[in-house]
Design a protein around this ligand. Structure first.
Ligand code: HEM
Length: 184
């Protein structure tokens, strides 16, 4: 279940893929809402918010689990700039995720609106209308989305490099729990 020095355990793998699917879906819905007409925009944002809040505890747990457990060692030695990227990109991805989890709900609540989850549950605003706070959170949420997109693109380039050029077990160890294969 837990990570080892060489690889990820079942919990890390499950959390990684649940968060990855959720974040890609949230990004696509958020972008689509930006370009949509008013009525479509409302529906797309409603879905974006409902999915985000339904997954909230899992996403917070994902950050906490990584903070608490550290990371397995890198599989291969690379040049210094690539080692720095391999170290920092996952940190930026998790920091970006934390920023989105904070700025999203505060952005809705500081407008005075409740957070509505699939029309089933309504979480009323504990803040009331706070226009400046709303504007700051809106800017942070949009910046966060751009930062995450950029970091995600580098993350994908890294995965492809390990898969095609290095041909090592970097992707495999995010698919198979650590004990079940001997690396390299
Ligand atoms: C389909 C898309 C994705 C693929 C193929 C993928 C693949 C991988 C692989 C192979 C690793 C292991 C790297 C290593 O062992 O050093 C990894 C780790 C990581 N990935 Fe992804 N990833 C994807 C999407 C995402 C997304 C959307 C996020 C944003 C939260 C993300 C965040 C991370 C983080 C933070 C790590 C470090 C380990 C951890 O905390 O789980 N990944 N990813």
């Amino acid at each position: 279940m837990k990570d080892t020095e060489n690889g990820y355990g079942g919990v890390s793998i499950l959390l990684h893929w649940l968060a990855a699917i959720t974040m890609i879906a949230l990004f696509v819905l958020g972008q689509a809402a930006e370009d949509a007409t008013d009525s479509d925009r409302k529906a797309l944002l409603g879905l974006h918010i409902s999915i985000a809040i339904s997954m909230y505890l899992i996403l917070v747990g994902r950050i906490g689990w990584r903070l608490f457990n550290g990371r397995p060692r890198v599989l291969i030695q690379q040049s210094k700039p690539l080692m720095l990227l391999a170290h920092w990109i996952p940190i930026i991805l998790l920091a970006g995720l934390a920023l989105m989890l904070l700025s999203g709900p505060i952005m809705v609540w500081s407008k005075g609106y409740p957070i509505n989850i699939f029309g089933l549950i309504s979480l009323p605003s504990p803040l009331g209308k706070m226009e400046t706070l709303h504007e700051v959170m809106e800017v942070l949420h949009k910046l966060g989305a751009k930062l995450l997109f950029f970091a995600f693109a580098l993350h994908m380039l890294g995965v492809l490099k390990h898969l095609i050029i290095d041909r090592d077990n970097t992707l495999k160890r995010m698919l198979v729990p650590s004990k079940k294969f001997s690396e390299k």
